[in-house]
Design a protein around this ligand. Structure first.
Ligand SMILES: Cc1ncc(COP(=O)(O)O)c(C=O)c1O
Length: 440
């Protein structure tokens, strides 16, 4: 055999590499950005590898040592493999899984759909990608709230214009009708998410109902003019994870006429600690089914067949789900409450810490009001200063809320509990208290 061709040696390098990329790829590629959260997570990994104790509250994921997937899911995947279910599933999902999603939405959300409304993908991301591709035309406006997760990337990919609505602590960082009103001109898609990544806060019926009324009024005007409607992407990947009095609500559940305008995005990733299994779906108005099927097929973003069959069995077994959540949800809530109680105890002592009580998802919103204080001979001024202080002084790994887009939130942080134990939290809180007490 002849020598292999060393392709690496043939690529342009240095400035030439950049020039070659710019000359060759779609200009859209230049503005594409990766995840800034992952960069923070790598820094923490390096600290841990160097032997430091870190309470890592950064990644929106689970440690399997803390939260495993339901046993039924694992056994279902094994059984499907053993049966040889390893060929292509239909590109928009197996009939078993699509029917199971329909049953679950009827049973648990009080929404009746046909199987043609369900489009399965490898997690929630491909359905999000498909929604943007199929609803948004280049130059359209897309409205989303700050803070929220990842919308700017999809806006960029689709050549759309972002209409970013800033939501602050007075509305638990969630949008309201009043905040969205007057900004809808030219908007073809509004992205809503509840329970919200990054804050863990949850819409109540009045808040979401008001937004639905606004959409319905806007669409009545658009339809009278013969204009394209305003669609809502409702990302509910955390909907099974609500705590205390918080109750998940949906647009069509509150205002049935919203069914025509709502595209649900959903997955097993968070509700079953199954981020690595890659099963998600969109639930869409049935007339959109053909292009959604075609696009998902062309992307090739279908979920693995054994995982789809196992998910179908699990979703059809409400008792197994209740059993699993009895442990898993309780474990999440215990961690969120431990963090909240710890921060509230510091607040009661007059330390500059605060938090919003847990409502949903795997996140708590915390606040360290330390801007203007002195640390290491310098004044804490930015989100990055707060993050470094918490990590270096207290081994407490957080993500600044500002990473998710809002302005004027120095000191506000996202605390994610899927990868830590109660011991890690207790130790981290003790270190924080000591660090805050030392601040000038
Ligand atoms: C609000 C929200 N939607 C969608 C996703 C993506 O989920 P998946 O891993 O199923 O693609 C995430 C992941 O963090 C999320 O937080």
């Amino acid at each position: 055999m002849s020598e292999p061709v060393d392709c690496r040696a043939l690529f342009p390098t240095g400035d030439d590499a950049e020039a070659w990329r710019l000359a060759s790829l779609n200009p859209m590629s230049s503005g594409l950005k990766g995840s800034s959260i992952l960069k923070i997570a790598y820094e923490i990994r390096a600290m841990q590898d160097a032997g430091n104790s870190v309470c890592n509250l950064t990644v929106g994921d689970f440690s399997p040592a803390q939260f495993s997937v339901p046993v039924e899911l694992r056994e279902g995947v094994d059984a499907a493999f053993a049966e040889g279910q390893t060929n292509y599933p239909p590109s928009f999902g197996t009939p078993e899984l699509r029917a199971a999603v329909v049953s679950m939405y009827e049973r648990d959300l009080g929404l009746t759909y046909g199987v043609d409304s369900v489009i399965v993908g490898s997690g929630a991301r491909p359905p999000i990608y498909a929604t943007f591709s199929l609803v948004v035309q280049a130059g359209d406006k897309v409205m989303f709230c700050a803070p929220s997760w990842n919308n700017p990337h999809y806006v960029h990919i689709n050549g759309a214009e972002a209409v970013k609505v800033h939501c602050g602590p007075e509305t638990d960082f969630l949008p309201t009708r009043e905040l969205l009103e007057g900004k809808l001109d030219g908007v073809s898609l509004i992205c809503l998410n509840s329970p919200l990544n990054p804050t863990g806060t949850v819409f109540d019926a009045d808040q979401l109902g008001g937004i639905c009324d606004l959409v319905l009024e806007e669409n009545a005007r658009r339809e009278a003019r013969g204009d394209r409607p305003l669609m809502v992407m409702y990302d509910q990947v955390y909907w099974m994870l609500t705590y205390g009095d918080a109750k998940h609500v949906t647009p069509p559940g509150l205002r049935p006429e919203m069914a025509k305008y709502t595209i649900f995005v959903d997955a097993i990733s968070k509700s079953f600690a199954a981020t690595g299994l890659r099963v998600g779906w969109a639930v869409i108005p049935e007339p959109f089914a053909l292009p959604f099927r075609a696009l998902m097929g062309h992307i090739g973003a279908w979920a693995p067949k054994p995982e789809q069959l196992a998910t179908a069995k699990l979703l059809n077994d409400p008792e197994a789900i209740t059993r699993y959540h009895g442990t898993m949800k309780q474990g999440l809530e215990d961690r969120l409450r431990a963090l909240h109680d710890g921060l509230q105890a510091m607040k009661a002592k007059g330390l500059p810490a605060d938090s919003i009580a847990p409502q949903g998802a795997i996140y708590l919103t915390g606040r360290f009001d330390i801007a203007g204080r002195n640390w290491n001979g310098k004044v804490i001024a930015t989100d990055e200063d707060v993050r470094s202080f918490l990590l270096e002084e207290a081994g407490f790994g957080i993500v600044p809320l500002a990473v998710f887009g809002p302005k004027d939130v120095v000191g506000w942080v996202r605390l994610s509990v899927g990868a830590v134990g109660l011991d890690d939290i207790a130790e981290g809180l003790a270190r924080i208290e000591a660090a805050l007490e030392k601040l000038d």
